[in-house]
Design a protein around this ligand. Structure first.
Ligand code: SF4
Length: 468
């Protein structure tokens, strides 16, 4: 055997024009205001941003959400009105009506272009109205969709306390995770329960996940004696985790590279670079990596993964041997593709808005390893894809399933190509062992539906172009 044979094939990265559909990053307010219960999000932009949010959030806008638009007027743009006074008026109104623990200002394209100094105004106003103001520039000029959460969390990382407060005991009582984990136990039992954990440096996880998933992942690590000291973000702004120098941090989502950088550079934390806990393979690799950093031998992890795979077999049968194409719009693509390849699919192309090769290094390595173990070719990774070119490639490759945004879903379906709407992966619960089934439920849904309708013979609904 020569050396060249053993060398794994390298991934092929390309970069196109960036002419693709995705959600504007201000959409992150939709899930973050629900996650951080005492927050209020103020999006400082124009009617364009307002229309987008109003439509993208669907029925949620009727539930008195804790977000609002500060709509800029002609007078703001031409600097005839005073930005500070206008924002103060709005923030005082928010304080009076909702009394939040934090107001998050979301900067938009317009505030970038007219160079509104949000970072400069915030500390002054914060001192005056006595509510913390966090500034995140989640605009469509710089970022795509889920990266909005990244900018908010990077800004919040600065607000995490750097020392455990004196009232820690009392605070712990209110902390949702520990209350849940210790539900129904006596104080003494809780103290003994602490000894179930290995002695390791504090670990804080970052990434906004629904509360049930937070509990699931916290418990998965607890099985191996790893204690999660806190989550960024927490359920309440007032309960942000303590971040001291030398704490370990690990991300649960692939789009949090700025947050990771802030935690390392500004808060002097140590990042555990692991594949993300999406799919049973990813979850196992994530837990194994955290355990290895703390020198803990994971117990029964392989068996647990095998058991989950067994439960997925009925879904896997539907997709094995089929091909999937990611047009790319939410940065979850590499992790999802890696899981689907492990399920037996092939993937010719992974489109992705932005690729941080350092933050995603472990995930990319697992992708390569998965492809070689499954004996399938490595996908090409297309950063900043061009949707027009992608449509041509989808046609040429004759793929079975395209994961794409709503703009292309119906036109592709009408041409007989099954599609799955990519945004659902952002809102569904996809992390950890137990949610792997939900991912496959989403992926197989269009295939199951089209299979049951196939006898109707209506798989192509557009007129072929007339040849003259
Ligand atoms: S892309 Fe810019 S203008 Fe459009 S909704 Fe987003 S922030 Fe507003």
């Amino acid at each position: 055997m020569t050396l060249a044979d053993t060398k794994p094939q390298a991934l092929d990265f390309e970069c196109e024009t960036g002419n693709y559909h995705t959600f504007c990053p201000i959409s992150c307010v939709a899930w973050l205001y629900q996650k951080i219960e005492d927050s209020f999000f103020l999006v400082i932009g124009t009617k364009t941003c307002g229309y987008f949010l109003q439509n993208a959030m669907g029925v949620m806008i009727f539930a008195e959400p804790r977000y609002a638009m500060a709509e800029l007027e002609e007078g703001d743009i031409s600097a005839q009105l005073n930005d500070y006074e206008e924002l103060k008026r709005l923030c005082l109104q928010i304080k009076r009506d909702r009394n939040p623990s934090v107001i998050v200002w979301i900067g938009t394209c317009t505030t970038e272009i007219i160079k509104t100094d949000l970072e400069g105004l915030a500390p002054r106003l914060e001192a005056e109205i006595d509510i913390p103001i966090v500034v995140a520039r989640a605009n469509g000029l710089d970022y795509a969709f889920t990266q909005g959460e990244d900018t908010v969390l990077a800004a919040m990382a600065h607000r995490c306390p750097d020392k455990a407060p004196v009232l820690e005991a009392e605070k712990k009582e209110r902390n949702a995770i520990s209350t849940l984990l210790n539900f129904g136990k006596h104080k003494d039992d809780v103290a003994t329960a602490d000894s179930e954990y290995h002695d390791h440096p504090p670990l804080v996880l970052f990434g906004s996940l629904p509360d049930p998933v937070v509990t699931q992942l916290t418990l998965e690590l607890k099985r191996h004696g790893i204690k999660v000291s806190g989550w960024l973000p927490s359920k309440r702004f007032t309960e942000l985790p303590v971040l001291e120098e030398g704490y370990y941090v690990s991300g649960v989502n692939p789009f949090l590279s700025r947050t990771a950088t802030t935690l390392m550079r500004r808060r002097k934390c140590k990042l555990i670079g692991a594949p993300f806990p999406i799919g049973p393979d990813g979850t196992r690799a994530w837990i194994a990596k955290i355990c290895s950093v703390f020198g803990v031998e994971p117990q029964g992890l392989e068996e647990r993964e095998a058991q989950i795979w067994q439960g997925l077999e009925d879904y896997i049968q539907l997709i094995r041997g089929k091909s999937v194409f990611f047009m790319g719009d939410n940065l979850l693509e590499v992790s999802l593709a890696r899981f689907l390849i492990r399920c037996g699919m092939t993937c010719p192309e992974i489109g992705i808005p932005y690729m941080d090769k350092r933050y995603q290094a472990a995930e990319l390595q697992l992708l390569e390893q998965t492809c070689s173990e499954m004996g399938v070719p490595l996908p090409r990774i297309v950063e900043k894809p061009d949707n027009y070119n992608q449509i041509q490639r989808i046609k040429d490759l004759n793929v079975d399933l395209v994961i794409t945004g709503m703009a292309h879903a119906n036109p592709l379906e009408a041409r007989g190509i099954s599609t799955k709407w990519s945004v659902e992966f952002t809102f569904a619960q996809i992390h950890g062992f137990t949610n792997a089934r939900d991912i496959l439920e989403l992926v197989t849904r269009p295939l199951r539906r089209n299979h049951s309708l196939k006898d109707l013979g209506w798989d192509k609904l557009v007129q072929e172009a007339a040849s003259v």
